[in-house]
Design a protein around this ligand. Structure first.
Ligand SMILES: Nc1ncnc2c1ncn2[C@@H]1O[C@H](COP(=O)(O)OP(=O)(O)OP(=O)(O)O)[C@@H](O)[C@H]1O
Ligand SMILES: [Mg+2]
Length: 286
């Protein structure tokens, strides 16, 4: 009897230690998603959009997310940003339950969303309105330099090219020094060459600022090039189909055989349900 009580106590202690270790790991995460679910209601009908998504993102990690159109990627980012509520589960952002937007988490959208009535510097500094003028000007200047736009600080948004406007949006997302930057297909409207240049720039920024980056993209090449882990989602309702870790020595070498193998692997798992996606037999996952 006494032995059983001792064993129970030992098991309880073990469980408490495990929980403490789990809590510690969670605290060192930038983001923890626990069984997230989301449905939208349209004309009285309920449509599930996201189903049971769990994910842990370490501080400073670069995650890319690929998934079919309409599988809930933007909804997922908006829930992380606290712009949309989830129906199920819990989102822990920087150790705190995320229920509202905060300066710890910035977001860059597919379209730049710069305010046309404000100059570039005022757009970038918009989130710093409460800061003293001088400090604010310094921060804005530093972030315009980071995205190579310092010469255009007084320009109006309509005077920028697509790539420049997207850079300004990235500067605006980073200026509050968020722990997490969410990027929702930020380069999809750009031409191929500007896009490659922007990918290199975002990598440099990531290395300099060590911000945790979570980027949604439809471009598998981009996902493998930038992501330390690539999250592949299923079609709607979006679930995580697979998470592929890309080794550091592979992801940055776009012309290597290993890179091509990873890209092919993500491609095959992305189209796993598609019988008519123009795939040869060798592309299909058996
Ligand atoms: N506010 C809303 N009310 C109702 N339905 C919505 C709302 N926002 C999104 N949806 C629906 O949720 C689904 C997922 O939308 P979401 O924008 O998250 O997809 P996505 O994966 O980002 O797609 P895409 O790759 O085309 O950007 C879609 O069917 C969309 O119609
Ligand atoms: Mg979207």
């Amino acid at each position: 009897m006494k032995n059983r009580a001792l064993n129970n106590r030992a098991l309880n202690n073990q469980a408490m230690n495990n929980q403490a270790m789990k809590n510690q790991a969670m605290e060192s995460n930038a983001l923890t998603l626990k069984h997230i679910g989301k449905s939208y209601s349209v004309d009285g009908k309920v449509f599930p959009v996201i189903r049971d998504i769990s994910l842990e993102v370490a501080k400073g990690e670069f995650i890319t997310i690929v998934g079919h159109s309409g599988c809930g990627k933007t909804t997922l980012l908006k829930m992380i940003a606290g712009l949309v509520e989830c129906n199920e589960g819990e989102i822990i952002r920087n150790g705190v339950k995320a229920t509202a937007p905060g300066t710890d988490c910035g977001m860059v959208f597919q379209d730049h969303r710069l305010m046309p009535w404000l100059r570039v510097k005022a757009n970038v500094g918009f989130g710093l309105r409460r800061m003293k003028r001088r400090e604010r000007a310094e921060l804005v200047q530093r972030h315009l330099q980071l995205v190579n736009l310092e010469e255009f600080s007084s320009a109006w948004p309509h005077q920028l090219s697509g790539g420049m406007a997207q850079r300004a949006a990235i500067a605006r997302g980073l200026v509050t020094d968020p722990e997490i930057l969410l990027l929702d297909e930020p380069f999809s409207a750009l031409d191929a060459l500007t896009r490659i240049q922007m990918q290199l720039e975002i990598l440099q920024i990531w290395r300099k600022k060590k911000t945790t980056m979570i980027m949604v993209t439809h471009d598998i090449d981009e996902a493998v090039f930038l992501g330390e882990r690539v999250v592949i989602m299923t079609a709607c309702p979006g679930e995580i189909r697979e998470i592929v870790s890309i080794p550091g020595n592979v992801r940055l070498h776009r012309d290597s055989t290993e890179f091509a193998q990873y890209r092919d692997y993500v491609f095959r798992h992305f189209f796993v349900d598609e019988k008519d996606a123009g795939m040869t037999k060798s592309h299909r996952v058996s």
